[in-house]
Design a protein around this ligand. Structure first.
Ligand SMILES: *Cc1c(COP(=O)(O)O)cnc(C)c1O
Length: 222
């Protein structure tokens, strides 16, 4: 099966209200063009340099998602075109994105990344800290960012009970914030980004709205 057939097959199984971000990291331009030519235009990358390179080389109507850890000094390279940043985990980063959004005369949509996995290495913030950020006066002054939801990555394990409980926890954080919209300050807080190739089915059961899937579509990274 080629890439466009795999995307088509994946989309047929995916409930219609869930969005697929096809993760193109470490894939060559031609693979992405294959997917693009089949009509799919929503792609995700986890590194700034790769994302901006691919943005330059590929058609401009692609909807690009930044899904990996983002350093403040690199925000400027993607601020002009990125559709959604999934991985925001500090007030400092929110402020930088806001500043770069102003320079580009746009509003940048972001998700806050919550640390839900057992591993120390994964990025993200605790839910308490996220609520603290949202309650701060500094956050309320940021007019060129819009927080539209939450993101999280489960522990890398075969134990589906662990993955399920981590996604359940993230979904409960999401619900709590959604029900307290004054804290977020906008009504468009509606996206939950969880689920990858190995755990997207569990994420769907727990109420995700966005899945980020790479290897299942493009094959194992070479
Ligand atoms: C690579 C990556 C994915 C996709 O992983 P697959 O297992 O290839 O589906 C999803 N989210 C993030 C943040 C990633 O870095």
């Amino acid at each position: 099966m080629n890439i466009s057939e795999r995307i088509k097959q994946f989309l047929e199984k995916l409930p219609k209200n869930i969005k697929l971000v096809a993760v193109t990291k470490s894939r060559p331009i031609e693979d992405i063009l294959n997917a693009y030519n089949s009509g799919y235009k929503i792609f995700g990358e986890n590194k700034v340099q790769e994302l901006s390179n691919k943005y330059e080389k590929l058609p401009k109507d692609i909807e690009w998602h930044m899904i990996g850890h983002l350093q403040t000094n690199k925000v400027k390279f993607i601020a002009g075109f990125v559709h959604l940043i999934h991985s925001v985990d500090s007030l400092k980063l929110l402020k930088t994105i806001n500043t770069e959004a102003i320079k580009n005369n746009r509003i940048i949509n972001v998700l806050l990344q919550i640390h839900i996995a057992q591993e120390e290495t994964k990025f993200g913030q605790t839910f308490d800290k996220i609520k603290e950020i949202l309650s701060s006066d500094e956050y309320k002054e940021l007019k060129n960012i819009k927080i539209v939801g939450l993101m999280g990555m489960a522990t890398f394990t075969d134990d589906i009970n662990i993955i399920r409980s981590e996604f359940q926890y993230l979904a409960s954080c999401f619900k709590e914030l959604k029900d307290s919209s004054p804290l977020i300050g906008n009504k468009e807080f509606k996206e939950l980004s969880m689920g990858m190739s190995n755990d997207y089915n569990i994420a769907i059961q727990q109420g995700t709205t966005i899945v980020r899937v790479g290897s299942l579509i493009f094959g194992s990274p070479g």
